[in-house]
Structure formats: C-alpha cells, structure tokens
Design a protein around this ligand. Structure first.
Ligand SMILES: Cc1ncc(COP(=O)(O)O)c(C=O)c1O
Length: 398
C-alpha cells in the first residue's frame, strides 16, 4: 500500500550546518578508491595500528565476566572511574573523587558535543578556537548557544590571545573551549598559560572546558601539563582512550573536574545515552594501568612525524614541527589555499589525503580565517606508507 507523501524537512539547526569535515575527507578517500587508486590517508586522526593485544585479551575475559550484560552505569563503572582517577593522580598529581569528580564518556566526541547542553542557554556565548575540533562549535549550535571564534595563530604559539578578546565579549561569554596539546597545530600549553587562563576565567566567570584528548602524544621529554593541575573549580577536562591506546573504535573516555560541572554533565547524559559497554570499561582499566604501549606509540608517531617533516623541508615548505599531538599543521606555500594544496596532493601521482585548514576553521572577528593556508596531516598511515608518501612529496616544487 502506498503511503501518503509526508513532509520531510531538516530541522533549522541541521540545515544550517555544512558537511562534517572528516566525513568530506572520507568521501575523498572513497572517490580515489573508486578510481582504482589506493590513497595514503593522512586525513582523519584515526590510528591504524591494532589496539594492543593485552587490551583486547582483557576485553575477551571481561565479556564472560559480564555475561549478564545489563545497561552500563550512566556515570561509568566504579572500577573504571577509580582507574581514571588513579591515572590522573599518577600523571598530574591531582587527587579526584571518582564518585563525584569523574564521569565516563562514550569517547570525547559525544562529551564535547553534549557538554554545552548542561551549562548554556540559548543565546549564551561560548569562546571557541579557530581552527578547532568541529564539535566545539556544533555542540554549541545544537544547544542554541553562540560560538565566538578566537584565532589560533602561529605568531602566538597557537595559544589564545586572551587580552585580544573584546571586553564586552569576555563579559558576556559563559564558557571557553581550549585544547592542548592542540589539534590541529600540535602546540602545547604550559602552566603559565593555564594560570593566565584561569585568572581571566575567574575575572569573567567562564567555565573552562579543556579537551586533552592528545595529552599522551608528545615528543618532548616533559609530559604536557593539564588544566586540572592549575584549577579544578570551574574546570571540566576531557580525556580519551582513543589516541593514547589506539582505541578509537572502542568509544571510551572520561571527563573530570569541578563536581558541579560533572554533575550537570552526568544529568545531560542520563537523558541521552546509556554509557559505554561495561566490558569495554574493564579493558580500558587494563589500558590505563600500562604506559609501555603508550611510549611505543609516541616513538612511532615521532618517527613518522620526522619522515614527513623532512619531506616538507625538501620540497621547500616552512618548518612547522609540532611538539605534540597526532598532527602536522603545515603552512602551505605563499599564495596557495589549504584546499589547493590538498587538491595537489590528491592528484594520482601523489595520492595523499590531508585535511585543508579551511575545513576545520572559522572566520574570526577581524574577518580572517586563521586556518586558511594550512593543511593538517594526521600521522596515522603505516611507517612504510608514510615513507612512500614522503618520497613523493619531497620531489614536489611549488
Ligand atoms: C581535538 C579532539 N578532541 C576530541 C576528539 C575525540 O576523540 P574520541 O571521541 O575518539 O574520544 C578528537 C578526535 O579526533 C580530537 O581531534
């Protein structure tokens, strides 16, 4: 029987959004594959190495231990939350109450997207980095809040210039997103920066949302500092197992910080989801108790970073060595856009995929786009593929 024709239209919120950048990157990869070309994909920051065997083994035993599956706990299994708190104490020297100051997430993406629902009302202003991880903006928009983009520029070490935020904006803003180690620039924030940030946030009454998904991917001797080492009150920090332990597909992370913020976040989530499967949380506990695999991942990323940087140097590109993260935020040749540059690399003789800077950035108050003229390379292809792409890129002249 034929149904009556229905009126199907997108919500205004959805219709206002352009495509999701990394979905567009995936489409490019698929288009090359359809032409019989296997591209080397530096597009999405999705590790291609297997999740370490001991973590997978722990999952297998956990599935049997949790034979009665049941819904996971909204805030995460107590054992998982204890492991998160213990890890944070070892790593940052900060004691957290696992019951009140930690909440499990289904990976950082959902947490980043949902956090504004708990703290912002329609029309509220939130300060968002440009370039930046797209869910900062999109989560704000779905909460009907207004993102105000602050630029991350090379001349400021890709840190926000807090004094450049106009006073009326600073006064109206309710919250700020920061992300260090930074995606896409790889910049690291030191304690002095967080102290300045917290002082400014105190003055203007901002909640500070700190995305620290890349905290464990660093190349210097000293591990990056966390916002939580400087101030817990008014702070919510977002951690992820994805990059630390090559667990993107497992969908698990956590938030920690101010107990009131954690409680609001938890309340949002009880309305949205039912948590990461508990056996995955059990495996994540095993992952958090081991640092050897994390060191090995860091070494492998450093090796790939250096191979690609040498190729960029050989082809006459600017030195954009990142001290941390999974990315190289490469400045493209003068006069070229990130989109032109990415299109050149996509041609069949190179067939390398990267993300144009313009796709992960927004126009800021002075009308410029700080992501223009950059391209982001995720250091995720194998060493051999990275070398293959580097050999070809090194031959390019611009
Ligand atoms: C800056 C940043 N934050 C958060 C995430 C989300 O990671 P996940 O949802 O896998 O925990 C990503 C993923 O690429 C990211 O780049």
């Amino acid at each position: 029987m034929k149904h009556a024709v229905r009126t199907i239209r997108p919500s205004r919120r959805l219709a206002a959004l352009e495509g999701y950048a990394f979905d567009e990157v995936r489409k490019r990869v698929d288009a090359l594959r359809a032409q019989g070309i296997e591209p080397i994909d530096f597009g999405v920051g999705d590790p291609t190495v297997p999740t370490p065997a001991f973590i997978r083994e722990r999952l297998k035993t956990a599935v049997d231990e949790r034979a009665t599956a049941g819904y996971p706990s909204y805030q995460g299994d107590p054992g998982y939350r204890r492991a998160c708190a213990a890890w944070m104490e070892r790593r940052f020297g900060v004691a957290l109450d696992p019951d009140r100051e930690v909440c499990a997430t289904i990976g950082s993406k959902e947490a980043v997207f949902h956090a504004p629902e708990g703290i912002l009302d329609p029309g509220d202003l939130i300060l968002v980095p440009s370039p930046g991880y797209p869910p900062y903006k999109r989560g704000a928009l779905f909460a009907e809040a207004t993102p105000w983009f602050y630029p991350l520029r090379r001349e400021n070490g890709f840190l926000p210039d807090l004094d450049a935020i106009p006073p009326d904006v600073a006064d109206r803003a309710r919250a700020i997103w920061v992300c260090y180690p930074n995606s896409p620039s790889g910049a690291v924030a030191d304690r002095a920066f967080y102290e300045r940030l917290v002082e400014k946030a105190d003055r203007h009454d901002w909640v500070v949302l700190s995305d620290e998904a890349y905290s464990e991917i660093y190349f210097g001797d000293e591990p990056p500092v966390s916002l939580i080492e400087v101030q817990k009150e008014g702070s919510l920090v977002f951690f992820s197992m994805s990059k630390r332990s090559a667990m993107t597909g497992w969908r698990i992370g956590w938030v920690a910080g101010d107990e009131e913020l954690v409680a609001l976040f938890r309340k949002v989530k009880t309305n949205v989801d039912s948590g990461t499967p508990t056996f995955i949380q059990d495996a994540a506990v095993a992952a958090l108790e081991d640092e050897t695999h994390v060191r090995e991942f860091r070494d492998a990323y450093r090796e790939k970073r250096d191979i690609l940087l040498a190729a960029f140097a050989a082809s006459g590109l600017e030195d954009c060595t990142p001290p941390a993260s999974l990315y190289i935020w490469q400045q493209v040749p003068e006069g070229m856009s990130g989109i032109d540059f990415a299109a050149r690399l996509l041609e069949p003789d190179i067939a390398a995929v990267c993300t144009p800077g313009e796709w992960i950035s927004d126009v800021v108050a002075d009308g410029s786009n700080p992501g223009a003229g950059y391209a982001r390379f995720a250091l995720v292809p194998t060493l051999e593929d990275t070398q293959r792409a580097a050999d070809k890129i090194a031959q390019l002249t611009w």
